[in-house]
Design a protein around this ligand. Structure first.
Ligand code: ADP
Ligand code: MG
Length: 289
């Protein structure tokens, strides 16, 4: 998923890991990403934010949008690019409808999905991923996904009394190759500290899954939206507090919010599978570096 501001195209990536379907293909079948059906490949969307003060009145328009195609024109040359989505003059709700809802429904079907917000500092990555707290118009993808997650989960559990849905979240920051757990002080029994007290965590390869796990990362079981919102606020505060002290650290750090979903049946269902899946929301450091 790609983001753009008016001056320079920037990006966000939506990656879908349809593992089950992929594993059915033989090695020879795996070609260029473009060969895969739209719902299985990495999808790219561009969001163009409105002009603001940061643009210093440099409001000459060099991009035109036609459906999912953007044409950049500098007066001498022009070039067109097509994407899976182009969000232009779009509201947060439009972005959620096109991107967030798909990720949420995939999670309920047992698939993992990851979204990367990529772009220059000030291009609207954090606005798109998190947005403005407690503001129904300006809140971003993450709060919208979490709200619907519990609403939909409760609906499903009311329909099927054997179904239990467990949600856990984690929130980390990567700065200068160092990983910090933004929720490490939220573990029961742990004394609250300042951002200076945050421990550096290491990546460790999980031999079984061949994936890299963050060793010692705290996982938080959440049963309602207000608690997730609270955790997002706490994590974001640690990220921004450090930012003011350290020369805009937040624009030079990546943040990764993960929602783990575990669906089980008790008693075990003969027809319905137990599933675990995750949604990963990555707010990357400014691309200007
Ligand atoms: P980044 O995280 O990429 O550095 P921000 O998300 O902080 O950028 O956005 C920079 C500023 O622009 C913020 O004040 C934000 O509220 C505003 N902004 C970004 N995108 C939009 C948008 N689509 N509509 C309105 N305001 C936006
Ligand atoms: Mg940001």
């Amino acid at each position: 998923f790609f983001f753009a501001n008016m001056a320079e195209p920037v990006a966000v990536e939506l990656q879908k890991e349809k593992k089950e379907k992929k594993s059915k293909k033989s090695k020879d079948d795996v070609g260029d990403d473009g060969d895969l059906p739209a719902d299985m490949r990495v999808r790219v969307a561009v969001r163009i934010r409105p002009f603001n003060k940061a643009d210093h009145n440099d409001t000459s328009i060099c991009l035109t949008v036609d459906d999912n195609k953007i044409t950049a024109d500098n007066g001498q040359k022009n070039a067109s690019f097509s994407y899976d989505h182009v969000f232009f003059e779009s509201q947060q709700a439009d972005v959620y409808k096109a991107v967030g809802e798909t990720m949420l429904h995939d999670a309920f079907s047992g698939f993992n999905s990851t979204i990367f917000a990529y772009g220059q500092t000030g291009s609207g990555k954090t606005y798109s991923m998190v947005g403005v707290e407690n503001d129904p118009v300006h809140e971003g993808l993450l709060p919208r996904i979490c709200k619907d997650l519990f609403a939909l989960g409760e609906e499903l559990m009311a329909e099927d009394r054997t179904l239990n849905i467990k949600i856990q979240v984690s929130f980390v920051e990567v700065y200068n190759e160092k990983i910090h757990d933004l929720l490490q002080f939220e573990v029961p029994g742990v004394v609250r500290g300042t951002e200076e007290d945050m421990k550096e965590l290491k990546l460790k390869e999980n031999k079984k899954t061949k994936c890299f796990d963050v060793e010692g990362l705290s996982l938080h079981t959440v049963t309602n939206y207000p608690r997730v919102k609270n955790l997002i606020e706490i994590g974001t505060e640690y990220r921004t507090k450090a930012a003011t002290g350290m020369n805009e650290l937040s624009s030079r750090s990546h943040s990764v919010f993960t929602i783990f979903m575990n669906q089980t049946h008790q008693p075990p269902s003969p027809t319905q599978r137990d599933m675990c899946s995750k949604i990963v929301i990555v707010d990357l450091a400014g691309s200007e570096r």
